[in-house]
Design a protein around this ligand. Structure first.
Ligand SMILES: Cc1cc2nc3c(=O)[nH]c(=O)nc-3n(C[C@H](O)[C@H](O)[C@H](O)COP(=O)(O)O)c2cc1C
Length: 428
C-alpha cells in the first residue's frame, strides 16, 4: 500500500466494514460542550485504535486522514431526548470538526483543550457524575472498548512504583541490642537508632522530604504555606513547585536571598504527560484557588494558565541549563526525574549537586520502570559522588527503608549498610 505518514507512525486501518459509534444517551444538556467533546474524543481514540464498532459510515470528504482509506467508528450519532434536531445537527457538525482536527493530526491536543473548556462550567462533583454517566453509557454493548477499560489499563502504570516495592523483602536480624535516640544512651556503640541526616545545610529528623507538587491551593486556601509548616514541624523539608499557588518570586536569585537552600530542576517534563484520568475526572484549576503566580499570563482566563505554562516551556533545553543555573546563583542544583544511569552521569558532569530518581509518579511517560527498580544501576553509576533521592510510590516506612539500601533485596536487609547518602523524597 502506498501511503505517506507525515506526523506519526500510526495509521487507521482500511476496513470494508467501517463502524459508527452510537451513543444512545449522553445524559448531557443540549448545550453541553463537554458531552460532545467526550464523545468526539472517545470516538477519535477508538478510531485511532481501529476498534471496530457496529454500523458504518464514511468520514465526510475533506477531513479524512488518508483519503483512500475509510475511518472506522466515526462519525457520531448522538441521540439524547433533550436534544432538538437543529441542536443535534449543530453539535454533530462540531463533533465532526473535532474529527477533522484528528485528520489535521493535532486532534489529541485540540480535543483535550476543548474538553477542558467544555467542563469548566461543570466542576468537580457534577463533572465527575456526568463523566461517569458517559462512561456507563459508553460501555453498554461495547464492553471491550469502553473508556473505563482505558482507565483501568493505565492504573497499573500508576501503581507500578507501588507494587515494585512489594517485590523486595526485609529479612530481620533478631536479638540485636539497639536503643532509640533520645530515650537512653546506647549501651552498644553504633547501635543506636538515629535517622537524622543532612542535605545542603538542611537537617532532617528522618530521610524523607516532600517532593515538589503543584497547586496545593486546590486543596486548601493556605496552599503551600500549610504544607511547608507541616514539613518543618515534622523535622522534614519542603520543595516548592514553580507551579505552586504561592509565589516564590520566580527569580532564582531572589529565591536564594529568601533563604531557599537548593534549586530542584525537574528534567522529565519537557511537555506535560497526557493525564487521561485528569481529563476523565474533569480536573480543572479552580478560579478561587488555582492562581499560579509564577506563570506569566498572556491572557486572564484561569484555566488558560496551564496552557500558558506549556507554551512557556523551552523544549531546546539540554544539560547546560544546570551549568547556567549554577552560574547565576550559589544554590546547589538538583536534577529531578532521572531513570537512566547515563543521565545520572550527565547530571554529575553538568555539576548537579544531587539527583532525584523519579518518573513523576508515573504521570509523565507511559511504560517507564518503577523507580526502586532502577535504583541499583543508578547507585552503581553514581557511587556516592552525589546524594541520590528517590520518589514514586513511597507510602510506608518500610518503603523508605528499602530505598535507603543500595537497592538489592539482600543488601537492603543489612541495615548497617544503609547510608545517609540515600535520601528519599515522596509526595504523600
Ligand atoms: C498533585 C501532584 C502535583 C505534582 N506537581 C509536580 C510539580 O509541579 N513538579 C514536579 O517536579 N513534580 C510534581 N509532581 C511529582 C512529584 O514531585 C513526585 O515525583 C511524585 O508525586 C512521586 O510519586 P508518588 O506520588 O507516587 O509519591 C506532582 C505530583 C503530584 C501528586
Amino acid at each position: 500500500m502506498d501511503m505517506k505518514i507525515r506526523a506519526w507512525p500510526v495509521v487507521i486501518m482500511p476496513s470494508a466494514w467501517p463502524g459508527t459509534l452510537i451513543f444512545r444517551h449522553t445524559y448531557l444538556g443540549a448545550s453541553s460542550e463537554m458531552g460532545i467533546n467526550c464523545v468526539a474524543e472517545a470516538g477519535a481514540r477508538l478510531a485511532a485504535e481501529s476498534n471496530l464498532m457496529s454500523g458504518q459510515e464514511r468520514v465526510p470528504a475533506g477531513i479524512s486522514l488518508l483519503p483512500s482509506l475509510t475511518v472506522r467508528s466515526l462519525p457520531l450519532s448522538v441521540n439524547s431526548p433533550t436534544l432538538s434536531s437543529p441542536t443535534l445537527s449543530f453539535e454533530r457538525d462540531r463533533a465532526e470538526s473535532h474529527i477533522g482536527l484528528f485528520a489535521a493530526q493535532s486532534w489529541y491536543t485540540k480535543v483535550s483543550s476543548s474538553l477542558q473548556r467544555g467542563i469548566k462550567e461543570m466542576r468537580n462533583f457534577r463533572t465527575n457524575e456526568r463523566a461517569l454517566d458517559i462512561r456507563r453509557e459508553f460501555s453498554k454493548g461495547h464492553e471491550s472498548y469502553t473508556v473505563s477499560k482505558s482507565i483501568r489499563e493505565h492504573v497499573p502504570r500508576l501503581q507500578e512504583n507501588r507494587s515494585a516495592f512489594e517485590k523486595y523483602r526485609i529479612i530481620p536480624r533478631v536479638l540485636v541490642p539497639v536503643t532509640h535516640l533520645g530515650f537512653q544512651q546506647s549501651k552498644v556503640k553504633n547501635r543506636s537508632v538515629d535517622m537524622r541526616c543532612s542535605f545542603f545545610g538542611i537537617d532532617l529528623r528522618f530521610p524523607v522530604m516532600i517532593a515538589p507538587s503543584a497547586m496545593h491551593g486546590q486543596a486548601h486556601e493556605d496552599g503551600e504555606k500549610a504544607t511547608a509548616r507541616a514539613a518543618v514541624r515534622a523535622g522534614s523539608a519542603f520543595t516548592l513547585s514553580s507551579l505552586g499557588s504561592m509565589s516564590m518570586e520566580a527569580i532564582v536569585k531572589k529565591a536564594e536571598a529568601l533563604g531557599y537552600r537548593a534549586l530542584c530542576l525537574t528534567v522529565d517534563a519537557p511537555i506535560t504527560g497526557r493525564r487521561e484520568r485528569d481529563l476523565r475526572s474533569g480536573f480543572t484549576v479552580s478560579d478561587a484557588m488555582g492562581q499560579l503566580p509564577n506563570i506569566q499570563m498572556l491572557g486572564n482566563v484561569v484555566n488558560q494558565q496551564l496552557v500558558e505554562f506549556e507554551a512557556q516551556k523551552d523544549l531546546t533545553l539540554d544539560w547546560s541549563i544546570i551549568t547556567w543555573l549554577k552560574s547565576i546563583c550559589n544554590l546547589p542544583v538538583i536534577a529531578k526525574g532521572i531513570l537512566h544511569p547515563a543521565d545520572a552521569r550527565c547530571a554529575i558532569k553538568a555539576g548537579a549537586a544531587a539527583i532525584v530518581i523519579s518518573n513523576h509518579g508515573g504521570r509523565q511517560l507511559d511504560s517507564t520502570p518503577a523507580t526502586i527498580d532502577v535504583l541499583p544501576a543508578i547507585a552503581a553509576e553514581v557511587r556516592g559522588e552525589i546524594p541520590i533521592f528517590l520518589d514514586g510510590g513511597i507510602r510506608r516506612g518500610t518503603d523508605v527503608f528499602k530505598a535507603l539500601g543500595p537497592g538489592g533485596p539482600a543488601e537492603t536487609a543489612q541495615t548497617e549498610a544503609t547510608e545517609a547518602t540515600f535520601g528519599s523524597c515522596g509526595g504523600f
